[in-house]
Structures are given as C-alpha cells and as structure tokens.
Ligand binder design. Structure first.
Ligand SMILES: [Zn+2]
Length: 133
C-alpha cells in the first residue's frame, strides 16, 4: 500500500467522510499559503487548486445526491393533471350544457341543453329565472 493511500485511510477512519472533506479544503488552503510563501508557484499551487476543486466537487455531488433523493418524495404533476382534466371537462360540458349566471348572486348554474324554455332556480339564493336552453 502506498503511503498516500494509507494516510487517506487513516484520515477517513479518524475524522469520517465529512471531516475528511473539510480537511481537504483546509489542507489545500494551507498548501496555497505555503506555495505563496515559498514563491515556487508550480506543482504545489496546482495541487492546492486541485484539492479545492475536488473538495467543492465532492460537496456539490453530495448536495445533488440529497436533492435527487428528496425529489422522490415530492408530489408529482397531479396539480397540472387535474387542471387539464377540468379544462377538458368544461369543453365536453359546453356541448351538452349551458352555463348561466344567476342574475342576483352571479352563481354559475349548469343547465342541460335542448330543453326549451325552462325555469332555473339558483341553488345558492333560490332566485328563479327563465332561460332558453
Ligand atoms: Zn343566485
């Protein structure tokens, strides 16, 4: 086993996965500081950047994973479906029914078509009015 792998395993065992993530961020920052001090901005700063990018990638992948898990329990498109169902219902009802408004309370009343002159009683305020259906 390589020394690096052994070190990583040691860190995992000691601090857990999340602490290890924090450790990589801090380690990278320290590496960047050292790189700045030494002024040899070569491999060391590249390593630091790689470490930071890796840490952020890890964080984001974790966030995305939890978001994906949460979305499983979110309600599906039932709201949209009922909306379209209602719209379709309205269209089919237009063919067989007339929709009148009560003259006193503006309540919408559905009346079947083709019945001639009929007296409509408002279910809300009991107003009677005559319409041709
Ligand atoms: Zn009414």
């Amino acid at each position: 086993m390589k020394l690096k792998d052994r070190f990583i395993r040691f860190m995992y065992g000691r601090y857990g996965v999340d602490s290890f993530g924090k450790f990589t961020i801090w380690g990278s920052l320290i590496l960047m500081l050292i790189a700045g001090m030494v002024t040899i901005r070569g491999i060391l700063s590249w390593l630091a950047w790689a470490g930071i990018i890796y840490s952020y990638f890890r964080m984001f992948s974790k966030i995305l994973q939890t978001a994906a898990e949460k979305s499983k329990y979110l309600p599906d498109d039932t709201g949209i479906r009922t909306f379209f169902y209602r719209q379709r219902n309205m269209i089919t009802q237009r063919k067989t029914h007339h929709i009148y408004k009560c003259p006193s309370c503006k309540q919408k009343i559905r009346v079947p078509k083709g019945k001639g002159k009929i007296e409509i009683r408002c279910p809300k305020c009991n107003t009677r009015f005559i319409k041709r259906s």
